[in-house]
Ligand binder design. Structure first.
Ligand code: ATP
Ligand code: AMP
Ligand code: MG
Length: 194
């Protein structure tokens, strides 16, 4: 079994950007690590069933449907994690129309055995600006106060996941214009193993 590193954080904080940086280094070193975007697996399933047109519509679907896609995605990812170490690019909590909803409910945690939890955080003001600046996505508009609360809720859920799995939790700051520092911090924690 490979290791699973959960990489979570609010939408637009820079999870995918930071992991891309980590992967550049990991590839240079020839390590057997895969960047697995949980949302890609859900999107593929949702597109096949014509439930959505793009990834930012998934969290607007009825919760039962989201749950079904989530478990199927986790089952597929579990197969990859048998062979590779996985940087799992996903969310501790999804902000749905029915409230905060766990990205890794018990059923998913049983399928994906977490080794470490990396919580990417940044200043809410910077996150709001990143969301507005990223024209490739349709992220939700949240006031700075809401982003702050969302980050707090993510920390609480990360701790729940840690208690359930025994994984450690590390908060990594992704400061404005300093992606490389976040990449370095994540690489160091990965290298520490354990
Ligand atoms: P989602 O959860 O919606 O997939 P994400 O956390 O993966 O979001 P990214 O797509 O990686 O976020 O980044 C969102 C935007 O912020 C991108 O335009 C990216 O270039 C920018 N960005 C990421 N990190 C930084 C940073 N440290 N400084 C400035 N801009 C950044
Ligand atoms: P992302 O590109 O990471 O924002 O993922 C796209 C979408 O996939 C998110 O906005 C969520 O709707 C969904 N998604 C990603 N990870 C999970 C998860 N663990 N559980 C449920 N939905 C998820
Ligand atoms: Mg992303």
């Amino acid at each position: 079994m490979g290791r699973i590193y959960l990489v979570a954080g609010v939408p637009g904080v820079g999870k995918t950007t930071v992991i891309n940086g980590v992967m550049e280094q990991v590839k240079r070193e020839g390590l057997k690590v895969k960047h697995v975007v949980f949302g890609d697996f859900m999107l593929k399933l949702a597109l096949e069933r014509k439930l959505v047109k793009h990834r930012d519509e998934i969290r607007k679907l009825p919760l039962d449907l989201q749950r079904e896609l989530q478990v199927k995605a986790a089952e597929e990812i579990a197969k990859i994690a048998k062979e590779y170490d996985v940087l799992l690019d996903t969310h501790c909590l999804i902000k749905t129309r029915e409230g905060f909803w766990p990205g890794l409910p018990e059923r998913v945690l049983r399928l994906l055995k977490l080794d470490k939890i990396f919580l990417i955080e940044a200043d809410p003001k910077d996150i709001a600006a990143r969301r507005l600046g990223d024209k490739a996505r349709e992220r939700d508009l949240e006031a700075e106060e809401e982003i702050k609360e969302h980050q707090l809720m993510n920390r609480l859920s990360a701790l729940v996941y840690a208690v359930f799995t025994g994984a450690s939790v590390n908060v990594i700051r992704n400061e404005q214009g300093k992606v490389n520092e976040a990449v370095k911090a994540m690489l160091e924690l990965i290298r520490k193993g354990g």
